[in-house]
Each structure stands twice: as structure tokens, then as C-alpha cells.
Write a protein that binds this ligand. Structure first.
Ligand SMILES: Cc1cc2nc3c(=O)[nH]c(=O)nc-3n(C[C@H](O)[C@H](O)[C@H](O)COP(=O)(O)OP(=O)(O)OC[C@H]3O[C@@H](n4cnc5c(N)ncnc54)[C@H](O)[C@@H]3O)c2cc1C
Length: 449
């Protein structure tokens, strides 16, 4: 760490002093660059934040698993610690007992991050809302899932209507290796597509009439979550939750996302009554999303209902479904591998607005954007960490690994990492995860040095 010496007279402006903006500021300032954080709170609030503190945790007080040997988010903790991240350092100092999770005393945590940033000689905070995407200077936009309306509109105007979403409508994502292929099969509807990538674009899970009826009953009975106060319910056009579709009529799903047409089950001559399709979710082919299955069912209910789908009885989920108020950009089309906006390379994006999800992932993307921006201002380049690392897997996913058309926010998970075993490898899950984290730590240390 170069500490307090200013190495460049230019200023790095960061919009938003949340998880990502705070981490970006800390990293850039420690590299010798002057930073101004522009934070709209407490002057302008959001429905979820309560204070004027930087790095406020808006909901849970947990940074999730702290197991850096067998858990992808625990590995991300480790990498952020190794990179002198302010969020991890401060979280550890304000830790509460929570078993294997890293939970913190939220207000003292946010107050401590705020105090450390304010005390840094190269960082200042300007309490103001930025309402337009700036046209000159060095900027990082880290305004998060609740980016204020005027700035969101400006981002949309500069990049096109498809570039920015205001809600995530997330279909559950399963690990491909956990699908039972003695029941499911790969096929695109009407056999469209000739390349191998196209032929592995969809997996199909067949249902008999009895299985379909039982599935609809379970959907209707499942516990659902409510919207947060202040979230609008204007999501309904085009992305109805499956349980709402089922409420509209027991056959609606069979004529919608579960229609059985254009598909031939190689395991059984009888035509399926309904088919659940899974679509490839990343270039590696390790993750598949359940097509059209966005849902407001509670997480516990989702796993039991989705495991009723033939072929998914042993499925492992990389993420469960949901619908939330969430502003995020289509990073695979908008950002380059330095997190710069292709159309305006003086502006980087960081945090949840880039399409990662969660406090830790957002802070991690702030860490990278801060280092990359500062390096560029100092006439150097910081390359992204290799995709074998947790940070590298995340940035690779958002800037090129994910399918742009179906891009939805994502937590860190081992499905984003290049596979460690050839298909059919015999290592057990725990050993495999340990091998992922060992490989990642070596690669991350090499990247840091
Ligand atoms: C209701 C809700 C609950 C959540 N619960 C969890 C959870 O339990 N666990 C979890 O891991 N993640 C949770 N998340 C996701 C969480 O928000 C992110 O993981 C994380 O806070 C995102 O970090 P960030 O820095 O990208 O955004 P934020 O931490 O939200 O920071 C963005 C900052 O930008 C400021 N800002 C916005 N617009 C402007 C503007 N125009 N000008 C200036 N400042 C601006 C905001 O005031 C805010 O301080 C939740 C999100 C929401 C909306």
C-alpha cells in the first residue's frame, strides 16, 4: 500500500458510497489517487436505507459463509482480505457470533467504514445526488440496486432502453452436473441449431399428467414472499411469477413455459404432458436456468417444489428464483473487461448495478473498479484477476461469460469457475470445492503480486 502520497492531481469521482463505492474509494486512494465520493444520502433517501452512513447494510447483517475452503463466497472474503479490502477488514472487527457465517453489528460496522474513509487524507465525501451520467473526468458509478430515478434515466438514455433493468425477474439456476440425464435430455425445440453450443442450449424435463397436476397443487400451496414497502409491482408485464400464472388457470403453464411441443423424449415413447425447459446460462455450460420460472415463492418452498420436476430430484441450485426492485445494466454488452462503459470509457461501473448480487460481490466489484481506475490514472493497467479466482470468475461472468440476452444478477458460485474436473470426474463435492479454493488462492496471490 502506497498510503497517503498523491501520485496524480486528477480526481477519481465515485457516485454512491455503498458497499462498492466505499471499497473502490479505499483501493484507489491507497494507490495514491485523490477520490471524491458523491453520496445522496441522507439528503435523498431510498426505501431500504435508514441512515446517512457509507456502506450501510440494507437488510441482513450477514456477509454469508466465511468458509474459505469449501464455499465460493467464503473464498471471496479471503481474496478481499488478501487485497486489503476495507469492507472485510471492518467486518472482521465488528463480527458477531453466527456459526460459520460472517455476521456483523451493522451500525458500528457502517460507522467505522465511514470514519475510516473520512479520515483518509485522499478521500472526501460530497453529500449530493448526481442526476446525470457525467461527460468528462474519471468516474465510477456505484449507485446500486436503488439508483435514483434521474440518474437511472440518464444511463438508459445514453445506452438504450434495453441497457438497464429496474427489476430482476430471476429464474432459478441449477448446476448442470446435478441434473439426472437418465430422465432429462438435451434438445432445442424443433431441433433448431446445428453447432454443439446450440445443441446443448436446452435441457428438457418431461412430466406426466399426474406429475403436472401434483406440481400445480404444490405451486399454489407454496409460501410466497411479499414485496418490500416502496417497491412497485409494475413488474407484471411479460414476467409473471409462475405461481401467478398457475393461479390464473391450471393449464396456463402448459400453454406457456411448460408447453410440450417440438420435443421428443429419447427415454420414453409416450409424449410428455408438459415439459420444463432449462436454458444454458453461461458459456462454460455449467449452469442452466429454468426457463420462465421467475417466482416469489420462499426459498425453502422453491427447493421442494422444483425437486418435484423429473430430472431435478437431486438438483443443486446455484441460485433460487426471485423478483425484486433492482436497477442493473446489461454488463455483457455495455462494459469492457476493465469495467469501462464502451460508449464512454471515462466511466466505470461497479457493484450491484453491474449485475452481481450481494454485499460481498458488490464490494468485490468495487475493489476491482477502484484498482483499475486508479491504475489507469497513473498510466498503468491492472488486468482482471484470472477466472480461476472468485473475483475473476465474477468479472468474467458479467463482462463476457454470461448470455447477454438473458442476463440476470448473480451471486458468486463455483458454477462460474472453469471446471476443475473433466466431465465424469470422480471427486466428491467437498473435495472438489476444496480443489477450487486451493487453485483460486494460488492464482489470486500471483495476481496480487
Ligand atoms: C431491499 C434490499 C434488500 C437487500 N438485502 C440484501 C441482503 O440481505 N444481503 C445481501 O448480501 N444483499 C442484499 N441486497 C443487495 C444489496 O443492496 C447489495 O448487495 C449491496 O448493498 C449493493 O452494494 P452497492 O454498493 O452496489 O449498492 P448500495 O450499497 O445500495 O450503495 C449504493 C449507494 O448509492 C447511493 N446512490 C444511489 N443513487 C445515487 C445518485 N444518483 N447520486 C448519489 N448517490 C446515489 C445510495 O444512496 C447508496 O448509498 C439487498 C438489496 C435490496 C434493495
Amino acid at each position: 500500500m502506497q498510503g497517503q502520497r498523491v501520485l496524480n492531481e486528477q480526481v477519481l469521482n465515485i457516485i454512491g458510497g455503498g458497499m462498492a463505492g466505499s471499497e473502490a474509494a479505499w483501493q484507489a486512494a491507497n494507490m495514491g489517487v485523490r477520490v471524491v465520493i458523491h453520496e445522496m444520502r441522507p439528503k435523498v433517501g431510498t426505501f431500504a436505507h435508514r441512515t446517512g452512513n457509507l456502506a450501510e447494510m440494507v437488510c441482513s447483517n450477514s456477509f454469508r459463509s466465511d468458509d474459505d475452503e469449501r464455499n465460493a463466497v467464503g473464498l471471496l472474503h479471503w481474496e478481499m482480505g488478501a487485497a486489503d479490502g476495507i469492507i472485510m477488514q471492518t467486518a472482521r472487527a465488528h463480527r458477531l457470533p453466527a456459526g460459520g457465517a460472517l455476521a456483523v453489528d451493522r451500525d458500528p460496522f457502517a460507522e467505522a467504514v465511514t470514519a475510516k474513509l473520512m479520515a483518509h487524507p485522499l478521500i472526501s465525501v460530497s453529500y449530493e445526488e448526481i442526476t446525470e451520467l457525467p461527460s468528462s473526468g474519471n468516474w465510477i458509478v456505484a449507485t446500486g440496486p436503488l439508483t435514483s430515478g434521474p440518474l437511472a434515466e440518464s444511463i438508459r438514455a445514453a445506452n438504450g432502453a434495453e441497457a438497464l433493468a429496474f427489476f430482476d425477474a430471476i429464474a432459478p439456476i441449477v448446476y448442470a452436473e446435478s441434473v439426472d440425464m437418465s430422465v432429462a435430455w438435451m434438445q432445442s425445440r424443433y431441433d433448431k441449431g446445428e453447432t454443439e453450443e446450440e445443441q446443448t442450449a436446452y435441457m428438457n424435463c418431461p412430466m406426466t399428467k399426474e406429475q403436472y397436476e401434483a406440481f400445480i397443487d404444490a405451486l399454489l400451496a407454496a409460501e410466497k414472499t411479499e414485496f418490500h414497502e416502496g417497491e412497485t409491482a409494475g413488474y407484471f408485464d411479460g414476467c409473471l411469477p409462475i405461481e401467478v400464472m398457475a393461479e390464473r388457470g391450471r393449464e396456463t403453464l402448459r400453454f406457456g413455459p411448460m408447453k410440450p411441443v417440438g420435443l421428443t423424449n429419447p427415454h420414453c415413447e409416450k409424449k410428455p404432458y408438459a415439459v420444463v425447459q432449462l436454458r444454458r446460462d453461461n458459456k462454460l455450460g455449467t449452469l442452466y436456468n429454468i426457463v420462465g420460472f421467475q417466482t416469489k415463492m420462499k426459498y425453502g418452498a422453491q427447493t421442494s417444489v422444483f425437486k418435484m420436476i423429473p430430472g431435478l430430484q437431486e438438483a443443486s441450485f446455484a441460485r433460487l428464483g426471485g423478483i425484486h426492485r433492482n436497477t442493473f445494466i446489461n454488463s455483457p454488452t455495455l462494459l469492457d473487461d476493465q469495467m469501462r462503459l464502451r460508449l464512454r470509457p471515462n466511466i466505470r461501473f461497479a457493484g450491484q448495478i453491474t449485475g452481481v448480487e450481494g454485499y460481498v460481490e458488490s464490494a468485490a466489484m468495487g475493489l476491482l473498479a477502484g484498482r483499475m481506475a486508479a491504475a489507469e490514472m497513473l498510466g498503468r493497467t491492472v488486468e482482471a484477476p484470472p477466472s480461476e479466482t472468485a473475483m475473476g470468475a465474477l468479472i468474467t461472468h458479467i463482462t463476457g461469460g454470461a448470455e447477454a440476452k438473458t442476463f440476470q444478477p448473480m451471486n458468486v458460485n463455483f458454477g462460474l469457475f472453469p471446471p476443475i474436473d473433466a466431465k465424469g470426474g470422480r471427486r466428491g463435492r467437498k473435495d472438489r470445492y476444496k480443489a477450487y479454493t486451493d487453485r483460486a488462492k494460488t492464482a489470486f496471490q500471483a495476481w496480487l503480486s
